[in-house]
Ligand binder design. Structure first.
Ligand code: FAD
Length: 327
């Protein structure tokens, strides 16, 4: 099958590009390796984390603010399984919305892993191992990102987890250790702090949300400490984490060079995200991948030929918009 545009990945980058291309009259296909559309954002990112922030805020207000309004509650408790099930409902409504929009705008969708055979031919390998090929005049890579791992710190996805597992816990941690004081770690940390977990954030930099203005980090740290009791170990370099039974031990070097140790029952590793390039077949179109998954943008072959790319490949900003401007 021949398309004007093939989009690999159906996250916010991919689905918006695909829908707009179709609206502009281009024959468009989207390939998504998971069974639902919407990518990280709708399935394991922005939407589920906001759903849990919403639920946990209700609980926190009921536990701490209602009384001052003259509202008394007895036997207040959290049903975490129900809270997670509601979050899943919110995800389903959103991903179903993308399916609807694809149909409405005549975007054809394929489930499977998309990989380049050459710059215009994409092989789609489905879950059952079968495959098919489609061709496109233009290909947009919108494959997003996955959590970054620390090479010395094994993530077992049970007790030492990433943001993805943290969105699906079946119990409220007693002591949650968050490695990484960026937006994702803080957001999930604050969800569980509101639900009653003790939360300790270990951050290598001197302040949290280090990519933003220093004043913001200071203020946010103050607010999180005061409002939900989160504690912070800034300027601490994590040196390891191990789990045994239900206990996780995290070690870190403090600014004085001393090793400290924290014991909890869960640890979220939230030290950033890496561009997702696995199985994309970039080698078949002459693109090598730099450290942390970014494509080598100096390569002539990439600059002079398609594909286009989106979002987490942000060092190569030739996204859908520029594709349009060259039409
Ligand atoms: C916990 C959390 C909270 C977040 N909260 C926010 C927020 O509040 N606000 C915000 O702006 N951002 C937030 N983000 C970041 C946001 O999710 C990402 O910036 C956004 O999803 C990136 O969109 P994307 O389309 O580039 O990639 P993604 O959403 O990652 O989508 C890429 C898609 O490509 C698919 N794919 C990958 N390789 C292939 C292949 N070879 N073949 C077929 N399909 C493939 C993947 O399965 C995925 O569905 C959050 C992230 C996390 C983890």
């Amino acid at each position: 099958m021949q398309y004007d545009v093939i989009v690999i990945g159906s996250g916010p980058g991919g689905y918006v590009a695909a829908i707009r291309c179709a609206q502009l009259g281009l024959k468009t296909a989207v390939i998504e390796k998971y069974n639902t559309f919407g990518g990280t954002c709708l399935n394991v990112g922005c939407i589920p984390s906001k759903a849990l922030l919403d639920s946990s805020e209700h609980y926190h207000n009921a536990a701490h603010s209602f009384e001052a309004h003259g509202i008394s509650l007895s036997n207040l408790k959290v049903d975490i399984k129900k809270m997670i099930a509601r979050k899943d409902d919110v995800i389903n409504q959103n991903t179903a919305g993308i399916t609807y929009l694809f149909k409405k705008n005549k975007v054809e969708s394929f489930q499977g892993i998309g990989s380049f055979v050459d710059k215009n031919t994409i092989k789609i390998t489905k879950d059952d191992g079968t495959s098919e090929q489609i061709t496109g005049k233009n290909v947009i890579i919108a494959t997003g990102s996955k959590p970054t791992y620390l090479p010395f710190l094994p993530v077992d996805k049970k007790r030492i987890i990433t943001s993805t597992e943290a969105l699906n816990l079946t119990e409220i941690p007693k002591h949650l250790i968050v490695i990484g004081g960026g937006v994702i770690g803080l957001e999930l940390g604050s969800v569980y702090a509101r639900l009653g977990s003790k939360v300790s954030v270990v951050e290598f930099a001197k302040s949290i949300i280090g990519t933003m203005d220093g004043g913001l980090g200071k203020e946010l740290q103050r607010v999180l400490k005061k409002s939900v009791g989160m504690e912070f170990y800034t300027g601490h370099k994590v040196t390891g984490a191990t789990s045994k039974g239900k206990t996780v031990t995290v070690t870190a070097e403090n600014p004085k060079g001393e090793i400290i140790s924290l014991e909890g029952d869960y640890c979220i590793v939230a030290v950033g995200r890496t561009a997702y390039t696995d199985n994309l077949g970039l080698e078949n179109i002459g693109i090598t991948v730099e450290e942390r998954g970014k494509k080598n943008h100096s390569e002539r072959s990439f600059r002079n030929n398609r594909p286009w790319c989106i979002r987490n490949w942000r060092r190569c900003q030739r996204c859908y918009a520029s594709a349009q401007s060259r039409r």
